[in-house]
Design a binder for this molecule. Sequence first.
Ligand code: B4P
Length: 194
Amino acid sequence: TTSGAMGSKTIVFVIGGPGSGKGTQCERIVKKYGFTHFSSGDLLRAEVASGSSRGEELKAMMGRGDLVPLETILKLIKDNIASQPDSKGFLIDGYPREVQQGIEFEKVVGSCTFVLWVDVSQDTMVKRLLKRGETSGRVDDNEETIRKRLKTFVDSTEPVIKYYEEQNKVKRVDSERDVETVFADVEKIFDNLQ
Ligand code: B4P
């Protein structure tokens, strides 16, 4: 079933905890399958980098490990999707992070084809983020914020997985393993789409 402005285009929501490997897998998917990739975190960091006063507020929220307001992130994603009318499909990475974000997106943009759930233990997430924090310069890759991001994931984003599981739309990959091994499982999912 399709709805909204997108007709029958493939829309994949990529969901996983902080440091689960979503961004990493999305890069590979784009290279192999040619989807258009939007990372909600990258879009927000670009907004922060623009130096607007709005950006300053967003930076503070992200630095606390909080979710930014639904309207802000939905508008960024919607505008970016609208700018790529010829794309064959979209990977929406890091969105929805709360059930309401999913509901609003499907109302105004289009229905999600499936959810790719990049699943990994909390211990592994913390380890990967601390390692990245040594070089990333990200305001949120420090121990205190990482703990808060994990809590936000459990409280707000795990219900998203449940919401789409009830619609039989979730495809899970075990991201505990190295990047190539995880991607081999991702390939099985995307090969079956063609
Ligand atoms: P994001 O930018 O989405 O941050 P993230 O969860 O850390 O994911 P990222 O894609 O960067 O990292 P990945 O797991 O691939 O969000 C940042 C903040 O923005 C949020 O906290 C929130 O404040 C805000 N935000 C974003 N979306 C929002 C929304 N929809 N609504 C409201 N607010 C929103 O990789 C992590 C590390 O692990 C990397 O260093 C990578 O090299 C490594 N790694 C990955 N896979 C690995 C593997 N298999 N083995 C070993 N290492 C691996």
